[in-house]
Design a protein around this ligand. Structure first.
Ligand SMILES: NC(=O)c1ccc[n+]([C@@H]2O[C@H](COP(=O)([O-])OP(=O)(O)OC[C@H]3O[C@@H](n4cnc5c(N)ncnc54)[C@H](O)[C@@H]3O)[C@@H](O)[C@H]2O)c1
Length: 422
């Protein structure tokens, strides 16, 4: 066996299973594979130490392999205590030689101990999913933060936190908001979260979705995906929102829109995906039907007020893997999935590889761009340059054997003129 990199994973013996799963995911990640081949030749990340705090899944493993092919020295740490796939973590270490710190179900102390181990590598570039790594770095290692060259952020919640840091003057280096680029959030958040969230609910419960009333809290990029997939499976979908434009959009899409208080007694399954806190709380649990199922697909486990549910309950017990039943004083039962953490990662396998292909291609081109340009950037949140985003979309279409039209010179002239009318 080759010398292993530093690691803390559940069981290295799971590596062969993990490697098979990583290779299976790789088959659906042709854009990332193209970038990996190019990186292996051009080595644009030679000499860069990268600390990546991401969900440790098969797709992330293929991202880490791509960064390593580009010459980077990568350390991976989990971005959620419940999303790690232990076989994947083992294979990263034993088969691909990538330093990995992640154990499914790790407690909070271990979670931060792992982030600290990644920070101990003195990264020049950080990759985050939810901003826990950057937050830890800025709060506990302000001197070290000044030596970081640049970073990327994968998800909506992380970008929200980074923009708040930027406003407060607390950000110390430039970070690209990968989440905000169209080839990420229009596909990953919508089609990825849509399908995998329903997958998580079904795996945890084996419930028939057809004929059920599914309440989706939040009609953003993720919520649109979750609502449309639930509708496609035959559910009667209710949407709750605080934004009037998105509520209107949901209404015209054919969903019933109402406050959560009104939806609480009607819903069979509740899915929060707002990026906000305390969406389901006591007043809602008190009105729910016996057997109501509650799940979250937003980044943090704060969307369902679990302490409030505990307080109302006289008994709680595990009824299936990833499904815990709370019995309320009047005998009604509420079933919480995946501890209120991202249900698509806790109870299923996260987004399918075909969609992460684009998100992680975005990560790669963003890191490559940062390696070239970070010296000219300020400590702000930056977008992925549009031409890089368009290139990722072009490669994806090519991999799907789809071609599109190109503008004729007459059309180009027309679109850039203002004097041609009726
Ligand atoms: N499960 C996953 O794999 C996955 C993937 C991508 C993003 N996310 C996370 O999902 C969350 C949502 O992401 P997004 O891209 O859809 O964000 P978004 O900003 O597009 O949408 C969030 C929506 O929630 C609404 N909202 C806020 N407070 C609300 C409340 N009290 N009641 C009802 N609606 C409310 C907002 O008005 C907005 O329309 C974030 O935490 C993000 O990080 C999860």
């Amino acid at each position: 066996m080759p010398e292993l990199p530093p690691y803390d994973v559940y069981d290295l013996g799971l590596a062969p299973e993990g490697a098979a799963r990583i290779e299976w995911a790789d088959r659906s990640m042709p854009v990332l594979a193209r970038i990996r081949q190019r990186f292996a030749v051009e080595r644009p990340l030679e000499g860069y130490v990268i600390a990546a705090c991401l969900h440790v899944t098969t797709e992330t493993a293929n991202l880490a392999r791509t960064l390593a092919a580009g010459g980077a020295e990568v350390t991976l740490t989990a971005s959620n205590p419940l999303s790690t796939q232990d076989p994947t973590a083992a294979a990263l270490v034993a088969e691909y030689g990538i330093s990995t710190y992640a154990i499914r179900g790790e407690d909070n102390d271990t979670y931060y101990k792992h982030i600290d181990a990644a920070l101990d590598t003195q990264p020049a570039i950080t990759m985050d999913d939810g901003c826990d790594l950057v937050n830890r770095l800025l709060a506990q290692r302000p001197e070290q933060a000044l030596r970081v060259v640049a970073g990327t952020e994968e998800t909506t919640t992380g970008v929200i936190r980074l923009r708040a840091m930027e406003r407060a003057g607390a950000l110390r280096y430039p970070i690209v908001a990968v989440n905000d680029t169209p080839t990420k959030h229009l596909f990953d958040n919508r089609f990825g979260t849509g399908q995998s969230t329903l997958d998580g609910v079904i795996r945890a419960t084996n419930i028939l979705i057809a004929g059920k009333t599914v309440v989706v809290a939040g009609y953003g990029y993720c919520g649109r995906g979750v609502a449309s997939r639930a509708k496609g499976l035959g559910a009667d979908v209710i949407v709750t929102e605080v934004d009037p434009i998105r509520a209107l959009e949901a209404t015209m899409e054919g969903y019933r829109v109402m406050p959560m208080l009104d939806a609480a007694p009607i819903g069979d399954i509740f899915i929060t995906v707002t990026g906000n806190t305390s969406i389901l709380r006591s007043e809602h649990f008190e009105r729910m039907k016996d057997g109501a199922i509650i799940a979250n697909s937003g980044h943090f486990d704060v969307e369902i007020d679990i302490p409030a549910l505990e307080k109302l309950s006289t008994d709680r017990r595990q009824v299936r893997a990833n499904a815990e039943q709370f019995e309320l004083a009047d005998g009604r039962r509420v079933v919480l999935l995946a501890d209120g953490r991202l249900v698509n990662l806790g109870a299923a396998e996260g987004h399918p590889a075909a969609v992460m292909d684009m998100s992680f291609a975005d990560q790669c081109v963003a890191v490559e761009w940062l390696a070239r340009n970070a010296a000219d950037l300020e400590p702000k949140v930056y977008d992925v340059p549009v031409e890089l985003d368009a290139e990722v979309a072009r490669l994806k279409l090519e991999s799907m054997a789809r071609s599109i039209d190109t503008l004729t010179s007459k059309q180009e002239h027309y679109l850039s003129s203002y004097d041609i009318g009726t």
